[in-house]
Design a protein around this ligand. Structure first.
Ligand SMILES: [Zn+2]
Length: 299
């Protein structure tokens, strides 16, 4: 699905790579046929990327992952089975590119503490897909989010370069550096003080292909996409974004939003609108790990 907001985003991204930094909407540009949770999830797979199996914690505390796909490809999770129960996962991408440090130093806000505070006030569990570069820029916030059991932090690459050749104008990670990029992001998260980043990886822009799935397979991550595009990137009308979320959410949905004030300024307001409404409809907010665990339990 490409929404009007996404078309605008794609157009913006075509103007330059810095605007492309927040590209995370619409369908993947090149979609192979990986296994998805709704079609063929499997039991827990090994490999917390930051914790080798020999040092892994006891099984009950290991985050659920999907088993590798055919030929060992990185599995892809998009949404949980639609029933039973009305659960939904809000996810927030903390985008930042390697070359945006100067802009941050000049006062541009790539963080969104008001959004995180709102999630805490509303008691909404959430998953933050954080770039390593963001964690380097905002280590106190990364640590605070990472140590709060309300949240889980997952990997959104080191600096938001694309893992396919054609992804909203984003600069590209060479194939032989893809695994290293994922690992570099985990290193940055740990260095910032995030104790247990999750073994989940969101491709920048949601762009992946078989080559990318193969390249990062050694890290043990489950790739996490989404089935609901909020359209918060570069949006100025919070009500329109909220409506798009409310219209898109189904039981088991994963909603993609952003944790970046400068390029997604309405997100806090959107959350304050959609959370009470979805709760009124009977939805319960969960983290991505719970959805993946649910998907595994049903097979
Ligand atoms: Zn992103």
């Amino acid at each position: 699905m490409i929404t009007p907001a996404c078309r605008r985003l794609v157009a913006l991204c075509a103007l330059g790579t810095t605007l492309g930094a927040l590209a995370a909407c619409g369908s993947p540009q090149q979609t192979p046929t990986p296994r998805t949770a709704s079609s063929s999830p499997a039991s827990a797979a090994p490999g917390h990327p930051s914790a080798p199996l020999s040092h892994a914690p006891a099984a009950p505390s290991r985050p659920p992952t999907l088993a590798p796909g055919p030929a060992g490809l990185t599995p892809v999770f998009r949404n949980a089975p639609r029933a039973p129960g009305k659960t939904v996962a809000l996810t927030f991408d903390a985008d930042m590119t390697a070359d945006q440090g100067g802009r941050a130093a000049a006062g541009e806000h790539f963080d969104n503490p008001g959004l995180i505070a709102a999630l805490r006030t509303l008691k909404v569990p959430a998953t933050v897909f954080m770039t390593g570069r963001w964690a380097e820029e905002y280590p106190d916030q990364a640590r605070s989010i990472g140590r709060d059991s309300l949240f889980e932090i997952a990997n959104h690459s080191y600096s938001h370069f694309a893992f396919t050749d054609d992804c909203y104008g984003l600069p590209t990670v060479p194939e032989d550096r893809m695994r290293e990029d994922v690992e570099r992001a985990y290193t940055a998260l740990h260095k910032a003080g995030v104790p247990e980043p999750m073994p989940y990886f969101r491709f920048p822009g949601g762009c992946y292909d078989r080559r990318a799935l193969r390249a990062v397979s050694g890290t043990g991550v489950t790739a996490v996409q989404w089935d609901v595009v909020s359209g918060d990137a570069f949006a100025t009308d919070a009500d329109a974004v909220a409506q798009q979320v409310l219209q898109g959410v189904k039981p088991g949905s994963v909603v993609v939003m952003h944790c970046t004030r400068s390029a997604a300024p309405t997100t806090e307001q959107v959350v304050r609108t959609v959370v009470p409404e979805l709760r009124r409809q009977g939805y319960r907010f969960v983290k991505v790990s719970e959805l993946i665990g649910t998907a595994n339990a049903r097979h």
